[in-house]
Design a protein around this ligand. Structure first.
Ligand code: SAH
Length: 378
């Protein structure tokens, strides 16, 4: 690999076409290359047998496929898998796979750390380090599919299809891991376009969901350029409480956020918005909160996901009781708001919602601190 080497994972179809044009090659080369990399898992140019020998050697000279490295892999009793990935600069991010009967959902990170500082979120504790690049985002999907196949996971309908079928274990992607995806807009959109490309993983828009804490201007841009399924982390039915839980609310309060949601459903032809609501014991979980929430969502096609809070050390909140969550759900249902309680998956491996912390960084920081302490004082 030389210094001007392009990481092929950093280019979506248009980017690859430009890359090949620069080499005097036809645009269809980009489709061939994507099929090799994403569908056949072949990353060495030498093995890409339908490319000419000359092109293969130029690719080997001017490009590379650099993937994140698996620092650790954990498999939960319920089949959930979590990977801690090490990036080229030593940062750590986490990616989680949640298998269900009819689908396999990958929860993908968009940043190292996060800048939004939601009071109940483990990622917030590490602060913000940097945005992920396109290759680091699509790389999570590549690595997960590969690792899952090695573990024996298959596409839910694999048995019905022939060996030439390129369907992979990951059928759905949720941009719901570490970070706020809309703060890293361009890279996240390019990576989502790649996931949805027929010559790559070919996921439909319906199967790619982006979750946001409510970056209103970027929600409008997303609607205009890449209207994937949208999830909004609401968590409170009034501004006073939401200001406390999701500080971004001070910039884009609930009324402004819900207007953006209405525009999203109307313009993009999306069926509905998913609203996430973390159930915090005694904080946002009373019947009055539920009634207020139902009122807010009355005229928005929506689905509410109640997430039982996942505690972590040092956090001042507890998880609402099951009975409280059921009552909250019933109040919403009675008011015709479609509501489900999210099952907690993978909690034996700290893979549950909001627990992604990139331990690895903490460990790195700890060893940096130790080194600093150990260094001689001049
Ligand atoms: N920044 C984006 C996506 C990452 S968080 C967003 O805010 O939507 C993914 C989801 O997990 C969000 O709904 C978030 O509020 C929720 N979450 C964060 N910490 C949690 C915790 N400790 N328990 C349960 N859910 C949590």
């Amino acid at each position: 690999m030389n210094a001007d080497s392009t990481n092929l994972l950093s280019l979506d179809r248009r980017g690859l076409e430009a890359f090949f044009a620069g080499m005097g090659e036809k645009p269809f080369r980009s489709r061939q290359l994507m099929q090799w990399i994403y569908q056949r898992k072949v990353i060495r140019p030498d093995d890409m047998t339908d490319l000419s020998k000359a092109l293969r050697s130029r690719l080997a000279e001017h490009s590379c496929v650099q993937l994140p490295q698996i620092a650790s892999q954990q498999v939960s009793a319920d089949g959930t898998c979590k990977w801690l990935l090490r990036l080229h600069d030593g940062s750590g991010i986490e990616t989680v796979f949640i298998p269900e009967d009819d689908r396999g959902t990958l929860c993908v990170s968009s940043q190292v750390g996060c800048s939004l500082n939601c009071s109940f979120c483990a990622t917030a504790r590490q602060g913000f380090r940097r945005n992920l690049t396109v290759d680091e985002i699509i790389g999570q999907v590549w690595i997960a599919n590969d690792a899952l196949e090695a573990l024996g996971y298959r596409h839910p309908n694999a048995a019905e299809h022939g060996v030439s079928d390129h369907r992979r274990p990951v059928t759905n992607v949720v941009m719901m891991g570490m970070g706020e995806p809309l703060v890293n807009f361009d890279n996240v959109v390019a990576a989502m376009n790649l996931m949805m490309d027929d010559f790559s993983f070919g996921l439909s828009r319906r199967r790619v969901t982006l979750s946001t804490a409510g970056m209103v201007p970027a929600m409008d841009r997303l609607r205009e350029t890449c209207p994937v399924s949208l999830a909004v982390s609401l968590h409170a039915p009034d501004d006073e409480l939401r200001d406390e839980l999701v500080p971004l609310n001070r910039k884009y309060p609930i009324a402004v956020l819900l207007d953006a949601c209405r525009r999203y459903v109307e313009d993009s032809g999306r069926q509905r918005i998913t609203f996430e609501y973390v159930m915090l014991d005694g904080v946002n979980d009373t019947p009055a909160h539920a009634r207020k929430l139902a009122g807010l969502l009355r005229d928005i096609p929506s689905k509410v996901n109640l997430i039982p809070f996942n505690p972590f050390p040092g956090v001042p909140y507890g998880r609402s009781d099951g009975a409280v969550i059921d009552q909250f759900r019933d109040i919403l249902l009675e008011r015709n708001v479609f509501t489900v309680t999210r099952r907690t998956r993978g909690d034996d491996i700290d893979a549950a919602c909001g627990q992604l912390a990139g331990d690895f960084i903490d460990r790195t920081r700890r060893s940096e601190r130790l080194r600093r302490v150990a260094a001689p004082v001049r």
